[in-house]
Design a binder for this molecule. Structure first.
Ligand code: PA5
Length: 329
């Protein structure tokens, strides 16, 4: 008899290791960041799982950051990214074509660079051109190394004055407070749905992490959007939903501003009759940052359990591998 082995590549170990990854990544990033001065602007470059750390860090620190932070997902950085701008290039493999193109262009325009990678061509380029590169442990799926990648960027940001110290530690505490049993149950409930994941403020970025984790861990379609913008477009789509396929996951925070709270409450009331599941979740932890990362970890566990409920292996991403092979990357 053939038995189904649920998680043969050990995705659960990687998810369970996120808090320690955050702490280790922060130390590595701080060393690299000490070689940088405070820039006048920051561009975060990276793709897919490697872009997520920068996406979340930007969402958490942009409001208090002394300089603007923008991000690119593709083959180039803005023309203004020259002297005085820091371009952070993150690629877990170190070999992603888009991210390498950004590094080359940033260097040609005279920008300062920071690499974050487990090795590959990006680490090599850093050595050749003499820019700092935070090297994180290899051998994982990029999305499973989120703690290392985010932690490294947070450590580097603090070291060069872009953000407060200790952000990764705060996030690690939120991860440790995550309710894994509730996440497992929700993952099983969402396995047969198309989840639409909503958040506001920094939780908009967390909602996007959930969406991509549903895609890659559970091999299912999922979408994300953010309050208050979704009240001006996506809310109308619920009129056409028949209450069966689509589910809502609303990521919330006890400190959400009252004008946002009212919009979320009313939106959930309007959409409820049209959704198969409506789940509203708050993260755990003493600060908004900790609670945001508690919800990141929750999403990892939810999508992991959705994968198991669907009978798929959460680790491999064959379609991405096939695309990269076809492109010879
Ligand atoms: O999850 C994945 O495997 C992808 O989204 C990759 O992260 C993406 O293709 C970029 O590759 P890398 O992370 O090695 O730069």
């Amino acid at each position: 008899m053939v038995t189904f082995q649920a998680d043969p590549s050990g995705m659960s170990d990687a998810i369970a290791g996120m808090a320690e990854q955050l702490r280790a990544g922060e130390r590595t990033g701080a060393e690299a960041g000490m070689q940088l001065g405070l820039p006048a602007a920051v561009v975060m470059a990276g793709m897919g799982g490697s872009a997520m750390g920068g996406e979340l860090l930007r969402a958490l620190v942009a409001a208090d950051c002394p300089v603007p932070i923008t991000r690119v997902r593709g083959f180039g950085v803005p023309a203004w990214a020259g002297p005085g701008t820091l371009v952070v290039c993150t690629s877990y493999s170190g070999n992603t074509a888009e991210t390498l193109a950004c590094a080359h262009q940033a260097h040609a325009q005279g920008a300062a660079l920071l690499g974050v990678a487990s090795g590959g061509a990006l680490a090599q380029l850093a050595e050749e051109l003499g820019f700092p590169c935070a090297i994180v442990p290899g051998g994982m799926q990029p999305r499973a190394a989120l703690g290392y990648l985010f932690g490294a960027m947070a450590g580097a940001f603090a070291a060069c004055g872009l953000s407060a110290d200790g952000i990764a530690e705060e996030c690690a505490q939120g991860v440790e407070a995550c309710d894994r049993d509730a996440a497992a149950e929700l993952g099983r409930r969402l396995a047969g749905t198309v989840p639409l994941v909503y958040g506001s403020g920094p939780l908009g970025a967390v909602a996007y992490r959930w969406k991509t984790q549903f895609n890659e861990n559970a091999k299912m379609h999922a979408f994300s959007h953010a309050f208050p913008e979704l009240g001006h477009n996506e809310i109308v789509g619920w009129e056409g939903a028949d209450g069966r396929g689509f589910a809502i996951v609303a990521l919330r925070d006890p400190d959400e501003p009252v004008e946002i709270r009212r919009r979320i409450d009313v939106t959930l009331d309007l959409a409820r009759p049209h959704a198969s599941v409506v789940a509203a979740l708050e993260g755990h932890g003493p600060s908004r940052t900790a609670r945001a990362f508690s919800l990141v970890a929750t999403g990892d566990w939810v999508t992991y359990h959705a994968a198991l409920a669907r009978g798929v292996d959460p680790t491999p991403v064959d379609a991405i591998t096939a695309l990269k092979q076809a492109l010879d990357e």
